[in-house]
Design a protein around this ligand. Structure first.
Ligand code: HEM
Length: 291
């Protein structure tokens, strides 16, 4: 059993995020079995939300809904769905049609609620121009950060994905001077150097992975998204549990020391969900844990 390969690969040129809710008819277990055969962990990554575990009356260690954070500043929406698919490829039309086929395959047990088109921008940059993913762990460290181990068959190699759609306010971002923009991130946009003198609110100071106890490493595979005149970042982080992401999010929203992440000056999340990605066996999703 291995973890979905997509976790360890650079983001593709194009992506499509599909979010499903439980339908009112159909056999969910049989549907997931059919779907599992179509998800190889590379061209399609499958994530199950807590509503699926609840409906099937099974327990996946650590699987829980996206947290409600009433103290968060600013507010963080929780929009947990039953199932998430991340389609990856090099051509958006192909991904659209693949998505249609998968939607038909899971109907009526699962119903599509949201589809988000995402893409790679330049050399792995956010639409603000800042390089994203620099501090991702690599190789064995990535596997250690992003996949469960020592938990037994059906669980080992699985991963816990946090997914949030962030909407950028480009007017606000453009109104800042370049030094102010750099201070939001704590990195220099051109050189990508970390800025030691950046304020405590700087994003990379809020989220510095080795500064948490325990250390909070994740593998981020975020991609820009666009829909009409709106655009931003589809944030995606894989962990061996949801804990590292949640610790980072709490620090970004002032829970640890009252300081709020400077990113909120120009961007905010619209959605938030937690999804458990089963391991891959023989080129398809292994649903042993659902048995
Ligand atoms: C619109 C939203 C966001 C944008 C544009 C953004 C962008 C960035 C950029 C440009 C970096 C610096 C380069 C790098 O190491 O990747 C970074 C680092 C990082 N971000 Fe974000 N990010 C966003 C949201 C989040 C969220 C919601 C989390 C987690 C809750 C997060 C966690 C991290 C972590 C862990 C690092 C690396 C910190 C370190 O160890 O140095 N980011 N992000």
């Amino acid at each position: 059993m291995t973890a979905p390969v997509a976790i360890f690969e650079p983001i593709p040129d194009h992506g499509r995020h599909l979010f499903f809710e439980l339908g009112t008819a159909g056999d969910l277990r049989a549907t997931l079995k059919r779907l599992a055969a179509e998800c190889d962990g590379q061209s399609v990554v499958l994530g199950l939300g807590e509503p699926v575990a609840q409906t099937l009356n099974i327990s996946i260690p650590g699987l829980r809904p996206f947290p409600q954070l009433p103290q968060a500043k600013p507010p963080i929406p929780a929009t947990q769905h039953a199932l998430w698919l991340w389609l990856r490829g090099d051509e958006p039309g192909t991904l659209l049609l693949r998505g249609h086929a998968l939607e038909a395959l899971v109907s009526p047990a699962l119903v599509l609620k949201q589809a988000i088109v995402s893409f790679r921008h330049q050399d792995y940059r956010d639409l603000t121009g800042y390089e994203d993913g620099t501090e991702n762990p690599e190789g064995a460290a990535a596997a250690e950060a992003a996949s469960a181990m020592g938990q037994g068959p059906g669980l080992d190699g699985s991963s816990y994905a946090a997914v949030q759609q962030w909407l950028h306010d480009f007017g606000r971002f453009d109104a800042m001077t370049p030094p102010e923009q750099n201070d939001c991130f704590g990195r220099d946009r051109v050189s990508n150097e970390e800025l030691d003198a950046a304020p405590a609110s700087a994003h990379v100071k809020r989220t510095a992975q080795e500064d948490f106890e325990p250390e909070a490493f994740v593998v981020r595979r975020s991609m820009p998204w666009v829909a009409g005149a709106d655009a931003g970042l589809m944030f995606l982080a894989f962990g061996k549990s949801f804990d590292a992401f949640e610790a980072q999010l709490r620090r970004m929203t002032g829970h640890d020391d009252g300081v709020t992440d400077a990113l909120f000056r120009f961007t905010r999340p619209l959605t938030g969900g937690y999804y458990w990605c089963p391991p891959i066996e023989g080129g398809m999703v292994d649903l042993t844990a659902l048995a």
